[in-house]
Design a protein around this ligand. Structure first.
Ligand SMILES: [Zn+2]
Ligand SMILES: [Zn+2]
Length: 324
């Protein structure tokens, strides 16, 4: 018990140190960073306002059509466009040069067509049959919360960035606990087992889940941030796109150069009881990353800034792993 408290205090201390350092660096660089970004935004702000105006008119200037069908179509496009290339790679195994970036090299090369067919079916079901009614409810609550869809109410650059950060943190906390709840031994086999059929996931598996899980873990945690903040729908779309692309990368099964590391969530699919969160902050606080931190996957868990695959930089050592 005392040991647990000490570990918690230690992780909070480390967490605060990291946040503090990041904050100091941000404050020091703030003027120059925001000056450049604001300049970029100022130059392109009119462009984005015009795009939003076009979308708004395309939906017949209706908040309902934009909020429900606009959001559904937008999420659908972001998801399938992000996954199109990955699916092609998974089905054909080409371009073969990219296979060396696989996190679990011997698994799913190529992915059986039947598994893909089943995954696509459930993903489409979740997006349409589950997603649209949830979008109706969320849209209703957003209107009640006073979230605007009007082109003239688009947020400033700084405000949008601040809202995105709060959305990321809200999702981290809510996803972590909803995901841990789904791993409860009494619940696991009824709901979350479906998502874990894939021990070596691929991109589209990010929303291959039981419909209850899809609502509880995939739709509510990302929707909470914009609801709490009363965000403009355009900011919510930006956040949803970021969240969809991030979960696609986390599940894609490849540790590609210049993309966020998928090692943590891939490890979750491999080991089941590690890394429940998205960023890893909550796992650090609760110690649910202890095995991961002692693993080879953890050594590989950083942004790859070159073309040498992780498996080559940090190779498995079979003799050592046998003695572990
Ligand atoms: Zn997953
Ligand atoms: Zn899980």
């Amino acid at each position: 018990m005392v040991g647990q408290i000490l570990r918690l205090v230690d992780s909070v201390r480390k967490g605060l140190f990291i946040v503090g350092t990041a904050l100091l660096i941000f404050i020091a660089a703030r003027n120059s960073i925001t000056w450049h970004m604001q300049k970029f935004w100022g130059a392109s702000g009119d462009f984005w306002q015009q795009q939003w105006k076009n979308i708004y008119h395309l939906c017949g200037s209706s908040a309902f059509t934009l909020g429900v069908f606009g959001t559904t179509v937008f999420g659908f496009l972001v998801f399938w466009l992000s996954n199109a290339f990955l699916l092609l790679l998974d089905i054909t195994g080409r371009p073969a040069a990219l296979l060396r970036y696989k996190v679990q090299p011997d698994k799913n090369v190529p992915v059986p067509k039947e598994s893909i067919r089943r995954a696509v079916q459930l993903v489409l079901f979740n997006q349409m049959v589950v997603g649209i009614p949830v979008a109706v409810v969320v849209n209703y609550v957003m209107r009640w919360r006073g979230c605007s869809v009007m082109p003239e109410d688009l947020p400033t650059f700084h405000w949008a960035v601040l809202e995105l950060i709060i959305c990321i943190l809200t999702e981290e906390v809510c996803f972590y606990y909803s995901h841990r709840l789904l791993h409860h031994p009494r619940l696991y086999k009824y709901i979350h087992k479906r998502h874990h059929e894939w021990t070596a996931p691929i991109g589209i598996v990010s929303i291959y889940a039981h419909p209850v899980e899809h609502v509880l873990s995939n739709l509510i945690p990302p929707a909470l941030g914009p609801l709490l903040l009363g965000s403009h729908l355009a900011t919510a779309w930006l956040w949803f796109a970021l969240a969809l692309m991030s979960t696609t990368v986390a599940h894609c099964g490849y540790h590609f150069p210049f993309l966020p590391s998928p090692e943590a969530h891939d490890y979750h699919h491999l080991k089941f009881n590690q890394n429940y969160g998205v960023l890893g902050v909550m796992d650090r606080l609760h110690g649910t990353d202890n095995q991961f931190r002692a693993s080879k996957a953890y050594q590989r868990h950083f942004l790859l800034l070159g073309f040498i695959p992780m498996a080559q930089q940090f190779p498995e050592q079979p003799s050592k792993s046998k003695s572990e």
